[in-house]
Design a protein around this ligand. Structure first.
Ligand code: NI
Ligand code: MN
Length: 227
């Protein structure tokens, strides 16, 4: 059974018997992070989109660990230019990796990489990730608004754990995230992308109180859930 560990903001580390995947490894500069990038071992680095609070330390981790960066085509090209081994994908596509299968799903958000004082590099549309390892499926929604096609994602696979943004302002807030749970029908839900900064301060327990039909796990940075 894989273990999924919340590392703060939108970063999730998934560890199975033989593989370590890290999603959106924003650790340096992340006020919630307790782990450092140098401390991470991974064989695959999965990215939902090109914003700095998701790409984070991805390139440094991938190069140090000789890990493969899995991202949408445009963001994968950027990672390749930075010297990473990459596997490009795009929305709606799936691929069987050594650890399991990843389907890149749609998300409604932005995408761009770069410092604030220059025009950002276009990194393609944002995505969610539907990851199946053995008989377990994990959904990481990335940054997104609520969308009704989450019903299709819930139909596609029986989701064991869904990592959903709840912080509002940039993504779904707690009401929309609770509706997302109705659409996705996961067994377990972990809220992410909240309380990192003042723009996204919300009460995760208020979210938990609104959720029907799934068990909500409010994880602190470094805490894990058995998938
Ligand atoms: Ni974003
Ligand atoms: Mn974000």
């Amino acid at each position: 059974m894989p273990t999924a560990t919340f590392l703060g903001h939108a970063c999730v580390l998934i560890e199975s018997d033989n593989h370590h995947l890290i999603i959106d490894p924003f650790l340096t500069g992340n006020p919630q992070a307790e782990r450092t990038a140098d401390d991470i071992t991974a064989d695959h680095v999965l990215l939902t989109h090109g914003h700095a609070d998701h790409v984070g330390d991805a390139f440094a981790i991938a190069k140090r660990c000789n890990a493969t960066v899995v991202a949408c085509f445009e963001l994968a090209n950027l990672a390749a230019r930075e010297g990473c081994t990459v596997h490009p994908m795009h929305q709606g596509g799936a691929w069987s990796f050594p650890f399991g299968r990843v389907k890149m799903t749609i998300a409604f958000h932005g995408g761009g990489y770069g410092p604030d004082d220059v025009a950002p590099i276009y990194t393609g549309p944002p995505s969610g990730l539907l990851i199946t390892i053995g008989d377990r499926t994990i959904y990481h929604a990335g940054d997104t608004a609520l969308f009704s096609d989450m019903k299709l994602i819930g139909d596609d696979r029986d989701i064991d754990v869904a990592f959903l943004p709840i912080g509002d302002n940039f993504t779904m807030g707690i009401d929309d995230a609770a509706r997302a749970v109705e659409f996705l029908r996961p067994k377990h839900v972990v809220p992410i992308h909240y309380n990192t900064w003042p723009y996204i301060e919300v009460d995760p327990h208020a979210f938990a109180a609104k959720v029907n039909g799934a068990e909500v796990h409010v994880l602190g940075p470094g805490q894990s859930i058995e998938v």
